[in-house]
Write a protein that binds this ligand. Structure first.
Ligand code: ADP
Ligand code: MG
Length: 254
């Protein structure tokens, strides 16, 4: 059994009066692909965002690769981490958004080079070599000098994935990476994610693509109402769900 990479324990998060995460527990092991399914508004994006410091939790804790996210423990007390530690932790967790979020004024190559050079103080020349390798890996070696607006949505999302990989993250988070794409462009993005899965990249993917979940997920997580209702292998959760809420959701999307 692999080591635990992502460990979420009893996480709560409210926005004002809205109690969005209501005690989330989740475990993802090193090299695993976890696919999170669940109805709109169930807290999937909020959960991903807490993993990458885009939201602060109200209670509970999150560990990634053996480190507490946002806090450090001293005895039985938790202390908030300093800004510098938060930035370091954030660079180790890649995030791919629904709407690509590329820097529009930078070329494709510079989109990949920017963060390693500015946040990790890598040398520009070596970073460019790595960036070109990554572009080749996502099938876009010939687009290094293009600007994002010159690319299709599928190509932009593949650049966004390469950009996340350029930081050599411990874990990659995807928030509905194909839901902004025209249907004919979904496959090329899912193929890149499948390729990463084969090479043992630890990933958490929020998606409505049930076929992808069945094919690629090591563990499927069903969220509803701010909690993980059930988690298990695809065959268990998708074909023999134990909870009525999971069955109701699947009957709508399958
Ligand atoms: P999902 O990704 O499963 O659709 P979200 O995590 O995006 O769900 O949202 C869960 C709930 O939290 C929704 O009702 C949403 O409107 C609310 N929410 C999310 N982010 C914020 C925010 N920054 N401020 C206020 N409400 C928010
Ligand atoms: Mg969402």
């Amino acid at each position: 059994m692999n080591e635990v990479m992502v460990d979420v324990h009893g996480v709560h998060k409210s926005f004002g009066p809205l109690h969005v995460l209501r005690g989330v527990d989740l475990t993802v092991r090193t090299g695993e692909v976890a696919v999170i399914l669940g109805p709109s508004g169930s807290g999937k994006s909020t959960l991903l965002r807490t993993l990458n410091h885009l939201e602060k939790v109200d209670s509970g804790w999150i560990g990634i690769d053996g480190e507490l996210i946002g806090y450090r423990r001293s005895g039985d007390k938790l202390y908030e981490r300093r800004e510098k530690d938060v930035l370091r932790q954030r660079t180790r967790i890649g995030f791919v958004f629904q709407n690509f979020n590329l820097f529009p004024h930078l070329t494709v190559l510079d989109n990949l080079v920017e963060a390693p050079v500015s946040a990790l103080r890598r040398r520009r020349r070596e970073t460019e070599e790595t960036a070109r390798r990554l572009l080749d890996r996502v099938g876009l070696a010939d687009k290094a000098d293009a600007y994002p607006r010159q690319l299709s949505g599928g190509q932009q999302q593949r650049v966004a994935i390469a950009r996340a990989l350029a930081l050599e993250p411990k874990v990659l988070l995807f928030d509905e990476p194909t839901s902004a794409l025209d249907p004919e462009l979904v496959g090329e993005v899912l193929d890149v994610i499948k390729d990463l899965a084969r090479t043992g990249t630890t990933m958490i993917v929020v998606t409505h693509e049930i076929g992808f979940a069945r094919e690629v997920a090591d563990t499927v997580v069903f969220m509803d109402g701010g909690v993980v209702v059930e988690q298990g292998p695809p065959a268990a959760v998708l074909d023999a769900p134990r909870h009525a809420r999971t069955r109701a959701f699947l009957s709508k999307v399958l």
